[in-house]
Design a protein around this ligand. Structure first.
Ligand code: C6P
Length: 417
């Protein structure tokens, strides 16, 4: 795995790497607290994209000429970097996709349609992003399988025992257990190893939505015990439109293709074809080559700072945010109170102010937060709200950002009383 320096992160230095952060919005210095939606991009990633297009642009795995060779090397080098970064056994276990959403659809479709039958059960959780619900609903509708959901407790943690809990819902009919590493709506960090071990005991497949996981913490997919781990480049300093599906090689090998087209075949006859080896079997058509190169540069950037340093910085900042924002009268913070169980997301409501109004008032102060259901309507329903405001942190955020947020929330109070 990529080695990480253990020096503490200096956010002031880190911020210099992110040109977007250095601007005014509505006449105020920008405070960007919406990285869970998408992160800002460091210059190293922007440079890698530009250099690829300026020097190496060609299609991959298709040409013998020099530019095609360079593009292919860059594309495959990026795959190897990602594989190393997440502890994959080999680069072939990493499939390039458009992002987490496509990765989960790939598993639900390519694995699910061959393995899930009427009467089987698919176990999800109430905290899932719609990307980890709807693909399974489509599979259930096509196969007659039944969807079941692990419930949440009052702090937005998964119930593991008792009614509605993991041990209650896991049966010998469970074919798949799919859950998020970290909730985008609550910040809850799930006990992936424990969940995966329990699922494997009943012979179920384990699919982890890592969209908010690999971004903030060092992930070793093999140690986690998952079968599949999905994540997106754009949430981890990389470009949009690129992401990965990591899967155990033996599973990927026995799976049917997800889409058909160029590049994913071995031989094409008139009435049938045979497939390329993994991961290419799942990469039909011209891929997002520049995106892969950019994601490789993002991995280099994050590894250079060190995931441990990033995690420690965010935890310290989250502790400060919970204290500072939590002190605003009328605030209700959702998700675990313990920092060990919470990642870089702070979801809240403030009195009767609608989260969209909160976000609008904060925007006028130059502060970007997300408001809405965060594509997690089941979470909102669990807490009896239609929406929350959400501040999400990343390596470039500072205590001053949190102070500005708390001051902005005082303005919201002043307006709403
Ligand atoms: N969450 C958010 O603001 P894509 O869009 O494919 O890159 O990622 C989808 C996705 C899946 N799972 C989780 C846990 C996520 O957080 C997301 C994306 C963004 O919370 C946009 S809705």
């Amino acid at each position: 795995m990529a080695t990480a320096p253990q020096t503490a992160l200096d956010p002031t230095r880190v911020r210099r790497d992110f040109p977007t952060l250095n601007q005014e919005v509505n006449g105020k210095p920008l405070v960007y607290l919406d990285s869970a939606a998408t992160s800002q991009k460091p210059r190293a990633v922007l440079d890698a994209l530009q250099s690829y297009y300026l020097r190496d642009n060609a299609n991959v795995h298709r040409g013998i000429h020099e530019l095609s060779r360079r593009a292919t090397v860059a594309y495959e080098d990026a795959r190897a970097k990602v594989a190393d970064w997440i502890g994959a056994a080999e680069p072939a276990e990493v499939v390039w996709t458009r992002g987490t959403t496509e990765s989960i659809n790939l598993v639900a479709s390519a694995w699910g349609l061959d393995h899930v039958r009427e009467g089987d059960e698919i176990l999800l959780t109430v905290m899932e992003h719609h990307s980890n619900i709807v693909p399974w609903q489509l599979l259930a509708q096509r196969t007659g399988a039944r969807l079941r959901y692990i419930e949440l407790d009052e702090e937005g943690r998964l119930v593991l025992e008792g009614p509605g809990g993991l041990d209650d819902l896991l049966t010998d009919r469970t074919r798949v257990v799919a859950f998020s590493h970290v909730s985008n709506a609550l910040g809850t960090v799930n006990p992936v190893r424990e969940l995966a071990a329990a699922a494997h005991e009943v012979g179920a497949l384990v699919v982890v939505d890592g969209a908010q996981g690999a971004v903030h913490t060092r992930v070793d997919v093999q140690a986690l015990g998952a079968d599949f781990y999905a994540f997106s480049g754009h949430k981890m300093c990389g470009p949009t439109g690129i992401g990965c599906l990591w899967g155990r090689k033996e599973l990927l090998e026995e799976m049917s293709p997800y889409q058909g087209g160029g590049e994913m075949i071995h031989i094409v006859e008139r009435d049938h074809s045979s497939w390329a080896a993994v991961p290419h079997k799942f990469e039909a058509g011209t891929p997002n080559i520049a995106g892969a190169v950019g994601m490789g540069a993002a991995v280099d950037y994050l590894a250079g700072i060190g995931m441990e340093a990033i995690e420690a910085h965010e935890r310290e900042l989250m502790s400060y945010a919970m204290e500072r924002v939590g002190a605003v009268p009328g605030i209700r913070i959702y998700g675990p109170s313990s920092l060990e169980e919470r990642s870089a997301v702070l979801s809240f409501t403030l009195g009767d102010a609608h989260p969209h109004d909160i976000s609008t008032i904060l925007d006028a102060e130059g502060i970007a937060v997300r408001a809405g259901h965060h594509c997690a309507q089941l979470v909102m329903r669990h807490f009896g709200v239609s929406a929350t405001a959400r501040a999400s942190l990343y390596l470039y955020n500072t205590r001053e950002d949190i102070d500005r947020l708390a001051e902005g929330l005082e303005k919201v109070r002043a307006i709403f009383g």
